[in-house]
Design a protein around this ligand. Structure first.
Ligand code: ADP
Length: 272
């Protein structure tokens, strides 16, 4: 089985304060997934099923910081916070609906699974997660689509869970060993490649210390950017589950990765 995560930086204009879909990328990626699912030399990983996880990008981050989700608050603020929850949940659902429209047009039998309807957290980490239904959908040949969402938190009342945390959780439970993350850079670099010309791509990452400068991200990001991603994936690597970060802005990269063809990127593993 393959778990494909597509970053909010790819599917939305992530730097914008207002939500905007990157339709060009969405259309291209949907057709790359379609092509891979119907490829003649279908590798066994893809024929065992596909789960898609996507980020919230500019649909989730601006309202999440406006309502300061993730911070504790006095009880009298709860009515305001609840409305914030509603607004965020609705916004990311809209993005998911646009993404699913495109995937369906490309003949991919998606089923949208909003995490806010079956996931809870404790201090921002996944606590409850009903995975049984996802497994059933996969068995019946569907492609479940999950996404970064706002959920009930046992301590903070509400929390944002990133697509990266969702991917980590599913991979761990399903023991999936083919995990692909598409983002807007070629992989993990020694420093943020958008700000440092002397940064170098790390082709195999086994340890956080290989990254010289830890910056969260160039985008305003409440869920951790590249560092957050790497931490989730190294946790998987320590359990023996490898993953790869690739550039979903480069045409054919997702198609090639889905078909187990070599691509430029960073492999996260504990095996040297
Ligand atoms: P996504 O929305 O695709 O999940 P993010 O925007 O959260 O991805 O993270 C990707 C961004 O992280 C890149 O655009 C890059 O600018 C930034 N970044 C920060 N540090 C690094 C690094 N060491 N290597 C690669 N990218 C980095």
């Amino acid at each position: 089985m393959i778990i494909l995560k597509i970053g909010g930086s790819i599917l939305t204009k992530k730097d914008l304060a207002k939500p905007e879909v990157d339709y060009e990328n969405l259309e291209r990626i949907a057709s790359e997934i379609e092509e891979s699912l119907h490829s003649d030399d279908l590798n066994s990983d893809l024929s065992d099923g596909l789960i898609i996880v996507h980020g919230a990008g500019s649909f989730g981050h601006p309202p999440a910081s406006k309502y300061k989700i993730g911070e504790s608050f006095p009880i009298e603020d709860y009515p305001f916070k609840r409305l914030g929850f509603a607004e965020i949940q609705n916004q990311v659902k809209k993005l998911n609906s646009i993404i699913c429209d495109s995937l369906i047009k490309h003949n991919i039998p998606v089923v949208s699974m909003p995490p806010s309807s079956f996931v809870t957290t404790v201090d921002k980490r996944i606590y409850e997660f009903r995975l049984g239904l996802i497994k059933k959908y996969i068995k019946e040949g569907y492609v479940p689509v999950l996404y970064g969402d706002i959920v009930l938190d046992e301590e903070l009342k509400m929390a944002i869970i990133s697509g990266d945390q969702i991917l980590q959780y599913i991979a761990k439970i399903l023991k999936s060993d083919n995990i692909i993350l598409g983002t807007d850079v070629n992989g993990v670099y020694t420093k943020n490649p958008k700000n440092h010309k002397d940064s170098k791509l790390i082709s195999v990452l086994t340890n956080l210390n290989q990254i010289e400068e830890l910056e969260s991200t160039t985008n305003i990001d409440v869920t951790g950017g590249m560092v957050g991603k790497v931490k989730e994936l190294l946790e998987l690597a320590n359990l023996g589950i490898d993953s790869e970060i690739i550039n979903a802005n480069t045409p054919k990269t997702i198609a090639n990765a889905l078909q187990s063809k070599p691509v430029i990127g960073t492999k996260l593993t504990s095996k040297l």
